[in-house]
Design a protein around this ligand. Structure first.
Ligand code: UDP
Ligand code: MG
Length: 354
């Protein structure tokens, strides 16, 4: 028998009632050459977190910056609650976020960019939704008028393609600016893949989610680190990680062309039998040869893209390496252990705080 009557103790367990109370909040901030922005962000963020939770921590992740970011962070780790993870080189934003998430100990974790585009004031709304029962609260762009046509059109195409036929949906306009409950962070850390296309992973894990519209601020200092080339690379990583439709397109293309070639062959045979035409049409032969060679190479390229991703996965290298772990966040009195994802490796033991 598969079904068991619940024991009286289980049956009598009361459902959770009332708003959740936030005991501890972690904030993960990935930074790549953001020294000037950190000076603006950290005082605001610290004041905001202190208002929202009795216990809080800021986890700054230096993603191999070449300016004074690591220095600024080191100074800030003298402030209680501020911890800095210095990665051994630039691993990319997704890896930096994972490093921060893995180190976070709060009941809930927020992530925000260090360039002042994500207003810390919005954290209050995030926490309000979390208290009301949402496991994920994410900021979604109210509009994309501030973006270039390339980025706007590219994003629209990308989400149209990737959301086709999946059981879960990646909301366009949603990014990494979000709050996640501890259970969601633990779920994310359990995902073993190296290709951390975070927007896809957030959607894949599911959970009760609420969207909060917002208008991103202007970047305070510096320029975006995501060039057109890098954005296309990120799009490809997302597409191959969350969709097999390019492979299916190759199959469909092959089928259509094979059928067309078969039809044309039959036509030529009939023409020969009826009219006894000689073989002619060098142009047709050369053009079709080039067309088919091109399509074959293209198909090979699509398959190779997936094979390359498999190669990346099987190598099993850590996502990031931590060069130094400075300061102390919630870790001293943290109730829960670090998630078991084991994505990164600390290359050196943490020095004494301060
Ligand atoms: N970032 C990072 N590693 C990188 C590139 C960016 O940690 O290799 C950080 C960056 O410091 C910022 C956030 O990711 O805090 C978003 O980057 P950016 O502002 O350049 O992206 P955009 O806002 O243009 O999407
Ligand atoms: Mg930015």
């Amino acid at each position: 028998m598969l079904f068991e009557t619940p024991t009286p103790a289980l049956a009598a367990a009361p459902p959770p009632a009332g708003p959740r109370v936030l005991r501890s909040l972690s904030c993960v901030v990935p930074c790549y050459n953001e020294a000037a922005n950190l000076e603006l962000l950290l005082p605001l963020l610290r004041a905001q977190l202190a208002r929202l939770a009795p216990q809080w921590e800021i986890i700054l992740v230096d993603d191999g910056s070449t300016d004074a970011t690591a220095q600024r962070m080191t100074e800030w780790t003298r402030t209680p609650g501020v911890r800095a993870l210095l990665l051994s080189r630039n691993f990319g934003k997704e890896a930096a976020l994972c490093a921060g998430l893995e180190a976070a100990h709060g009941d809930a974790v927020v992530m925000l960019d260090s360039d002042m585009q994500h207003p810390p004031a919005l954290l209050e709304t995030f926490v309000r939704h979390w208290s009301a029962g949402a496991d994920v609260v994410y900021a979604v762009r109210a509009h994309r008028d501030d973006e270039s046509t390339f980025k706007r059109v590219g994003t629209e195409w990308f989400y149209n393609l990737i959301n086709r036929g999946e059981r879960f949906r990646m909301p366009p306009g949603a990014g990494d600016f979000r709050l996640m409950d501890r259970c969601v962070v633990d779920a994310l850390m359990r995902l073993p893949e190296r290709n951390r296309f975070m927007k896809g992973l957030y959607a894949w894990v599911g959970f009760e989610s609420v969207a909060v519209p917002y208008v991103p601020e202007e970047r305070a200092h510096g320029t975006s680190h995501f060039s057109k080339r890098r954005l296309v690379g990120l799009g490809l990583a997302g597409l191959t990680a969350f969709s097999v439709w390019p492979l299916r397109t190759v199959i469909a293309m092959g089928t259509v062309l094979a059928l067309a070639a078969l039809g044309y062959g039959a036509y030529l045979t009939v023409m020969y039998l009826l009219h006894g035409h000689d073989v002619s049409g060098w142009t047709t032969i050369v053009v079709s040869l080039m067309l088919f060679a091109g399509i074959q190479l293209l198909s090979l390229g699509v398959v190779a893209e997936y094979v390359g991703r498999i190669y990346e996965e099987v190598k099993g290298r850590p996502l990031y390496l931590v060069k130094r772990d400075l300061g102390q966040g919630l870790a001293s009195g943290a109730p829960s252990g670090a998630p078991s994802g084991a994505q990164g490796v600390a290359a050196a033991p943490p020095p004494p705080p301060g």
